[in-house]
Structure formats: structure tokens, C-alpha cells
Design a protein around this ligand. Structure first.
Ligand code: GUN
Ligand code: FE
Length: 412
């Protein structure tokens, strides 16, 4: 019998995020999987209803939906935790030299494979990924994502100015390479792989490059990602580079790249007007609290953005953060904002799904959604609620016992 027909029941402490301020606890709960999909989540033992189903007692492990990392740099995998200084120094001294190495397909292959293995080992089953500027390395990353079966939004970074010569592209070449990748990969592997146009940030992109991206995104409905207002020196530099523009956010808006399928990372140093503009354009914000602390970038005004109605999800932003663990992002989000562990779990799962237009496919345990989940060995524990607080405040990768991607055990 193939995985597609297999019916399985997992018994454990199931924690199901359903809204920013609400998780449902099943202690114990029974998660019924049919092939690659969730069939049911219930408090009552369903074994008599599903005779012949494979039964697994997870022995008090906590079962969570797979994490959604909405901002991560694959070619920075090998430099997690390396370097010092703030953003602009760190880009020049650590990040760019490492990304240059992706011109070598063998190196790109080695890091791409290791990256997806580590992503899954951390319980992340969907990710929104920056590659290097190299078209071929981006093909390699897509191929690696497909081999592992994860959901991924992947884009070739675009940079046509203010970059080291090995990483600087001709504007037209950058557009053409991105278009080829879009045509080759967008909606491939059953729709699980999406192409995302990736102008790195306004400082390394000309207005005309960003305008072309805006036109393409409007014409095709493609996703776009970039960085916005991460660091004070970066913001000042962007003001200098675009002297006629009202603000950093206005630069992107004038280029036509702000829309509901655009993800902007960081969004720390924004004026009230810029926050309103992002809300009006329904831009999605990737909150990367660990990176923001590690690079001394500042603290994103989480409540202000939420109150403006902006959709916020979590991102690791490696190598800004020194770990791919979404538990560690949850912990940083709790520390930075005072949010509850329940809200942090929501940000790490269902909020990411919603930002990507995938809340009907992933993000929590609802019948019909993909069976993407992890089992976490949280102990000792008394109640499911205490387990959630341990998850939010204490856990890391070492606590992840098993990870399933569409019903397939991919890590144990
Ligand atoms: N801004 C432009 N590029 C980057 C990057 O690679 N990482 C972070 N954190 N910010 C950026
Ligand atoms: Fe980033």
C-alpha cells in the first residue's frame, strides 16, 4: 500500500493554532492522516471508526503544525553566527563574500542540500527563500526543495548597483534570468514551488529594475520580496540614493512593487505614513526578531503594525539570526514584544500560511490540509498550556523528535 492510501492515527498532545489569540489544546488528541492530508483532529479515540489504520502513540510528545519561515537566505547558511557589526558592514564583510561562492555549482549544491536538511530538522516545512544572484544556483535550490518535498517560494536575488563587482548584474540580464526562473519553476511540483521576484533592497537596485519587477508582478500575479527599513544607516542611505522620494516605503511604492503578494522583511524604522501605506497596499511583513537583535537593527513596532491591520509572520533571516529554529524566533518575538507563546506559535505557522495565500492548505490541523507536522519531546510537563509556554520560551532544534512533510517522515 502506498503512502497515498495509508491511514494513520497519531496520539499525542496536539496544539493547534487557530487565531492570533487562540490555540486549541488536545490532551491527548488524535490526529488522523489519510495519505498526504489531514483527515481529522479529535479528542475521542477514533480507532474503532478507522479499523486497519496504523496507530502511533507518540508518548506525550507535543504535535504541532509544520513551521512557515517567511524570510530566509539560503546562501547564508554556512555563515550563521559569523561576523559582527551592523547591517551594511556585515553585508560587505561577511554576506557578500559568501554569496559570491555560489557561482560554483558544486558549492551551491552542497549548501542547498544541507540547508533543506537543516530546515526540515528544525520542523520548518514551508519557507520563503532568497538565493544568491546566480541563476544556476537558484535552479539548484529549486531542485533541492523538490527532492525534499517541502513547500518553498524561492527567488534569485537581484542587484544592479552598489554591490561588489562579482555580485552586480546588468539590469536587463537580471530581469531576463528572473523571468526564465519564473517560467521554469513557478507553480511546479504540484504548485508547491513558487517563484518570488527578489530585488534585494532599494540600495542595491535601480529604480528602473524595481519598476520592471513591479510591472511583471502586476501582469503575472507573481510574488515579490525585499527588505525595508531594517537599519538606521540603511534608511539614511536609501534617502540619499532616492532624494526626491517621500520615504523608503514610498520608493518601493513608486516602483510599483507594493501589493498583497509582496513580503517586506524587518519594517523597523517606519513613519506612521509608511505604516499606513503598507496597510493600504496589503503588504505582508516578515518579522525577524532574532536577526534584528543580533544585528542591532532595532525592534520592529509589532503592535503598531498589527493595529494598522498589517499581516505579520515570522522569519529567521539567517544568517542575520544564527539559527533556522522557529522556536528560537518565537522566543525572540516573545521577548521583543511581550506577546504570548500562543501568539508566537500563530506567527510561526498559520500567519505565514495566510501571508502566502495558503491558509487553506497549510498552517494548522484542518481536514484536507497537508499533513505537515512535527513531534516535539517537551518534558517534564504538566498541562498542554505549560507545554506551549516551554515551546515558546525554552525549546530549540534539539527537542524536535520527528518531522513529517505531507505525511512522509522526513526527519527523526
Ligand atoms: N538587506 C539587504 N540584504 C540583506 C541580507 O542579506 N540580510 C539582511 N538581514 N538584510 C539585508
Ligand atoms: Fe534578510
Amino acid at each position: 500500500m502506498g503512502i497515498r492510501d495509508l491511514r494513520r492515527i497519531f496520539k499525542g498532545i496536539v496544539i493547534n493554532p487557530v487565531a492570533p489569540d487562540r490555540v486549541d489544546y488536545y490532551d491527548p488528541g488524535y490526529l488522523v492522516i489519510e495519505g498526504e492530508r489531514i483527515a481529522r483532529l479529535t479528542l475521542d479515540d477514533p480507532q474503532s471508526e478507522f479499523p486497519g489504520a496504523d496507530f502511533r502513540d507518540m508518548n506525550e510528545k507535543v504535535i504541532l503544525p509544520g513551521f512557515v519561515d517567511t524570510h530566509v537566505h539560503l546562501p547564508q547558511f554556512a555563515i550563521m553566527g559569523v561576523g559582527k557589526g551592523q547591517l551594511l558592514t556585515w553585508l560587505n564583510t561577511c554576506t557578500y563574500p559568501e554569496e559570491t561562492r555560489f557561482a560554483d555549482p558544486q558549492y551551491a549544491e552542497k549548501i542547498s542540500t544541507a540547508f533543506f536538511d537543516e530546515l526540515i530538522a528544525n520542523g520548518t516545512t514551508t519557507a520563503v527563500i532568497y538565493c544568491s544572484i546566480h541563476e544556476h544556483a537558484t535552479d539548484i535550490a529549486f531542485t533541492a526543495a523538490r527532492a525534499k518535498g517541502v513547500r518553498a517560494f524561492i527567488g534569485k536575488t537581484m542587484m544592479d548597483r552598489n554591490s561588489p563587482s562579482e555580485l552586480q548584474e546588468d539590469s536587463q540580464d537580471s530581469i531576463e534570468a528572473s523571468m526564465r526562473l519564473f517560467e521554469r519553476w513557478d507553480n511546479s511540483d504540484g504548485g508547491r514551488l513558487r517563484y518570488i521576484f527578489t530585488p534585494r533592497y532599494a540600495a542595491s537596485c535601480s529604480m528602473s529594475l524595481m519598476q520592471r519587477v513591479g510591472e511583471i508582478a502586476r501582469a503575472t500575479g507573481a510574488f515579490v520580496q525585499s527588505h525595508l527599513a531594517e537599519n538606521i544607516d540603511e534608511v539614511e542611505w536609501v534617502h540619499e540614493l532616492f532624494p526626491g522620494k517621500a520615504s523608503y516605503a514610498a520608493v518601493y511604492d513608486d516602483a510599483g512593487v507594493l501589493g498583497p503578494r509582496t513580503l517586506m522583511a524587518h519594517c523597523i524604522h517606519l513613519s506612521a505614513k509608511e505604516i499606513d501605506l503598507l496597510a493600504e497596499r496589503a503588504v505582508k511583513v516578515a518579522f525577524c526578531p532574532y536577526s534584528n537583535r543580533a544585528l542591532h537593527s532595532g525592534t520592529m513596532p509589532y503592535r503598531k503594525l498589527r493595529e494598522a491591520g498589517i499581516s505579520i509572520s515570522l522569519g529567521t533571516d539567517i544568517a542575520g539570526a544564527p539559527t533556522l529554529s522557529m522556536f528560537e524566533q518565537m522566543r525572540e518575538a516573545i521577548r521583543a514584544t511581550g506577546m504570548t507563546p500562543a501568539e508566537a506559535l500563530y506567527l510561526a505557522t498559520l500567519a505565514g500560511a495566510a501571508a502566502l495565500g495558503l491558509s487553506d492548505r497549510i498552517g494548522n490541523f484542518v481536514p484536507g490540509k497537508d499533513a505537515d507536522f512535527l513531534a516535539v519531546a517537551v518534558k517534564p510537563r504538566a498541562t498542554a498550556e505549560e507545554a506551549l509556554s516551554t515551546l515558546g520560551l525554552h525549546c530549540n532544534k534539539n527537542w524536535v523528535a520527528e518531522v513529517y512533510v505531507r505525511g512522509n517522515l522526513m526527519y527523526f
